[in-house]
Ligand binder design. Structure first.
Ligand SMILES: C[S@@+](CC[C@H](N)C(=O)[O-])C[C@H]1O[C@@H](n2cnc3c(N)ncnc32)[C@H](O)[C@@H]1O
Length: 245
């Protein structure tokens, strides 16, 4: 299996798209307002970890060109059918070439995932450098991260359900290593039976302070927020607006 078909496989990609669209859709008005405040009214937005293209759909509706990059084949397939006018590439955001652009976004804690060999601290720093060089002067990098404190004690177990699907998630945080592990079981109705699939996701959790310091060292001006406009992020998450002057 390549990395592209190991994570957010067909059923989890479908469930994320239909059951967890709020994060992207409700944050989009706030992100569009930030772009307008920075006098970015047109041009290219590169969306890293674009998922099923929900942000891309809102950005293209507002008149921007969009290049979406994601490591999941199933997510990219949904995104291509949702937003035919945008471009989507199957690649790791830690390796993909980022073309010259007016804005880079990464919505929904995409930078925390440890899906490929490149997703360590050093490669996150390298990514920040690459984004800085790709942005035009005055460009912005808007993203959010998950911080330590996702699970405060022991192991949590929960589920979410829709009409023809169910997802069970067990979470455990290793505070020494700052790693969150999510064991995910999906059930999706296919004709008269429910099909089961399993995924294991690891995320490296970063503090807002360490990310802010890194961005400053590269030359970004940084503002942190607990919401995108009216959309409040879940607890222990921070959003960043990083400007290249
Ligand atoms: C929680 S989803 C968010 C998707 C989308 N941004 C949204 O808000 O709906 C995280 C996404 O990040 C992608 N992702 C994780 N690690 C990645 C990597 N190294 N390169 C590209 N995409 C990655 C996943 O495949 C998934 O689509």
């Amino acid at each position: 299996m390549s990395t592209g078909d190991r994570y957010y496989k067909q059923d989890l990609a479908f469930i994320h798209d239909v059951g967890f669209s709020d994060y992207a859709l409700k944050s989009a008005p706030g992100i569009l307002a930030i772009l307008a405040q920075n006098n970015i009214h047109k041009g290219l937005i590169v969306d890293l970890g674009c998922g099923s293209g929900l942000s891309a759909q809102e950005f293209t509706k507002a008149g921007y060109d969009v290049l979406g990059i994601d490591i999941s084949e199933a997510m990219i397939a949904i995104a291509r059918s949702r937003v035919p006018s945008a471009e989507f590439r199957l690649d790791s955001l830690f390796q993909a070439e980022i073309p010259p652009c007016n804005a880079v976004t990464s919505i929904g804690e995409c930078l925390n995932y440890q899906f490929d060999a490149k997703s360590d601290r050093q490669n996150l720093t390298n990514l920040f450098h690459r984004i800085y060089h790709a942005l035009t002067p005055g460009g912005v990098f808007i993203f959010d991260i998950a911080e330590p404190g996702q699970v405060t004690q022991g192991i949590t177990k929960g589920f979410t359900e829709g009409d023809d699907w169910l997802v069970l998630v067990e979470k455990e945080e290793n505070p020494e290593l700052s790693i969150l592990t999510r064991r995910i079981i999906t059930f999706r109705k296919v004709e008269e039976y429910y099909r089961r699939d399993d995924e294991l996701h690891h995320q490296r959790l970063y503090t807002a302070t360490e990310i802010t310091n890194q961005l400053h060292q590269i030359g970004f001006q940084v503002e942190t927020m607990a919401s995108y406009g009216q959309y409040s992020l879940p607890s222990a998450h921070t959003a960043f607006v990083s400007r290249k002057s």
